[in-house]
Design a protein around this ligand. Structure first.
Ligand code: ARG
Length: 267
């Protein structure tokens, strides 16, 4: 089944503030390289037969390339983002407008949440991260709006500040994750829900290898995550390695650049 993704070209990408431990404003960033690497990701999706829509980048919003944070889309309903940091606040309404203009049913959020950075939808449940960015109250709000059960998971390592930096769905029923990013209770929940999960090691996590996008067959993944790619192959998946080193300077990888539009517009 082809997927539909929303992406935002990193035309204004730079690291000018630090809101996660990956970001070092004093270090150099190469915008042209970031754009080339991002084009490589977009092409990888298109070569796999997926559809990519684009939202216009806005000057002064250097992190807008991280489209995953723009909203949560489930069953064609769009739950808007409300960012934890002022630096990104304007992205929420910009993404919500994109969907509203195309006729999607949208919900303005009352609570802080960073879209698919912290909400990952499976067939029956939505996994939701909290601890750094998204409020627990937003998990409840998302459940009420989407009508899907939301399972809260607590992140404890500041390097893995969004759920999508520590876990990705392999398909609608199983996941890959890095146990070290989660609280003890959340590790138990994950082990109970996903006894066959793919577990990633420290080295895979440290190159944002968990920030991957699977279509159930292919896994678009940071090229440096070597062990995880081997394990995915062993499990019958085909890794599609991409190079996104420039965007990693902002703490982002393939999934961060990708908002999945699940369920077509029902209106
Ligand atoms: N610099 C961005 C931030 O800290 C990176 C966001 C990455 N996005 C993601 N879905 N993990 O908010």
């Amino acid at each position: 089944m082809p997927k539909h993704f929303l992406m935002c070209r990193p035309e204004h990408f730079t690291v000018e503030y630090a809101i996660n431990p990956w970001m070092h404003p004093e270090a150099d960033t190469d915008r042209d390289l970031a754009i080339r690497q991002w084009e490589g990701l977009k092409t990888a999706y298109e070569d796999l037969g997926h559809r990519v829509s684009l939202i216009d980048p806005i000057e002064g919003l250097p992190d807008m390339v991280f489209a995953a944070n723009g909203a949560l889309v489930a069953g064609g309903r769009v739950y808007g983002a409300r960012f934890a940091f002022a630096e990104r606040a304007a992205e929420g309404p910009a993404y919500l407008r994109w969907f509203a203009e195309r006729g999607y049913p949208v919900k303005e959020p009352a609570h802080v949440n960073e879209g698919e950075g912290d909400f990952l939808a499976l067939d029956e449940v939505i996994l939701a991260g909290t601890g750094f960015r998204t409020d627990l109250a937003a998990h409840q709000e998302a459940q009420e709006f989407t009508g899907r059960p939301v399972v809260s998971l607590t992140l404890t390592d500041p390097r893995y500040y969004h759920l999508d930096t520590a876990l990705f769905p392999l398909d609608g029923r199983n996941v890959a994750y890095y146990p070290g990013a989660f609280s003890r209770g959340s590790r138990e929940v994950l082990a109970r829900m996903f006894p066959d999960a793919v577990l990633a090691n420290d080295a895979d996590a440290e190159v944002l290898g968990l920030n991957a996008v699977s279509d159930g067959t292919h896994v678009v993944i940071n090229s440096e995550a070597g062990d995880l790619q081997l394990e995915l192959k062993r499990r019958g998946y085909e890794p599609i390695p991409v190079e996104l080193s420039e965007l990693r300077k902002a703490g982002g990888g393939p999934k961060c650049c990708t908002l999945e539009i699940r369920g077509e517009n029902t209106k």
